[in-house]
Design a protein around this ligand. Structure first.
Ligand SMILES: [Zn+2]
Ligand SMILES: [Zn+2]
Length: 271
């Protein structure tokens, strides 16, 4: 979606000047690590990335932690998801739950580049980014977008694949709460049943057909939204759909999940 000179300049900046400048800034200007507060450091210092973002074995289809690499988890073997490949940089646990909360609610642009770089550095992420013809950020419900003012998945997708990012392709059916009052109750009830359902803009089908698509999101919880989006894209004619997410919520009922939930709770109380 290119519209006007300022957008062209923004794209040019993202392509050429942005990465160069951020690398230069990371090296040349002193700043504090946002996790351990050590400085001078890059926004995420090497020690924190080494301590908290070590690659772990994950299911190639749903990114849950596994004991071994590259074998789908039992759930994905039983019921293969529409995602050809799913890569997560980290578990949704402290310190990342804390970082993501700051990114979402603080609207701190400094996080955007650091977290996108973390995603790009994850094993298997770079080939997915390079191979995709479209990078599609997950849509938020309109009400949440109005409250927050920006979509963090779009911010990440723009950094990861600036030339191929398409934020308008995927549509999300509105929540019943977003409907104007003149809508009948029965229509609202019907839409409530479809809450979270996704479809490809019918006018944009040619943009999807035959393409290799990469969905981008910040947090993958159950994976239901990503599966719905992938299903809609495949139905619209996409050749394949994969996903790259920043953080994956561990499987419910596991020790990882208990630890992650505790860490996420604690993150709310940290200063
Ligand atoms: Zn640090
Ligand atoms: Zn799986």
């Amino acid at each position: 979606m290119v519209g006007g000179r300022s957008e062209l300049m923004a794209i040019r900046d993202a392509l050429y000047i942005g990465p160069m400048l951020s690398r230069l800034l990371g090296r040349a200007l002193p700043s504090r690590c946002r996790i351990c507060h050590a400085w001078p450091a890059q926004p995420l210092c090497e020690a924190c990335v080494a301590a908290f973002a070590q690659p772990v074995a994950r299911c190639p289809r749903c990114a849950l932690r596994l004991a071994e690499h590259d074998s789908p988890c039992p759930d994905c073997l039983r019921d293969p998801p529409p995602l050809e490949r799913c890569v997560a940089a980290v578990d949704y646990a402290w310190p990342w739950s804390d970082c993501i909360a700051q990114f979402k609610f603080g609207a701190d642009p400094g996080w955007r580049d650091a977290l996108a770089l973390l995603m790009r550095s994850t094993p298997w992420a770079e080939p997915l980014i390079d191979a995709c013809e479209l990078a599609v950020p997950m849509r938020m419900p309109e009400r949440r977008l109005r409250e927050r003012g920006f979509n963090q998945a779009l911010e990440l997708a723009r950094r990861l694949a600036p030339q191929r990012c398409d934020a308008t392709l995927l549509m999300r059916l509105p929540d019943a709460r977003d409907l104007p009052e003149q809508h009948t109750l029965s229509r609202a009830a019907r839409l409530a049943n479809l809450r979270g359902a996704m479809l490809v803009d019918p006018l944009r089908l040619p943009a999807v057909q035959g393409r290799q698509v990469l969905l981008v999101d910040d947090v993958m919880t159950t994976g239901a939204s990503l599966r719905a989006a992938a299903g809609a894209l495949l139905q619209a004619g996409a050749r394949s759909v994969s996903a790259l997410v920043l953080a994956r919520t561990p499987a419910p009922g596991t020790a990882d999940a208990v630890r992650a939930a505790t860490d996420a709770d604690q993150a709310l109380y940290r200063d």
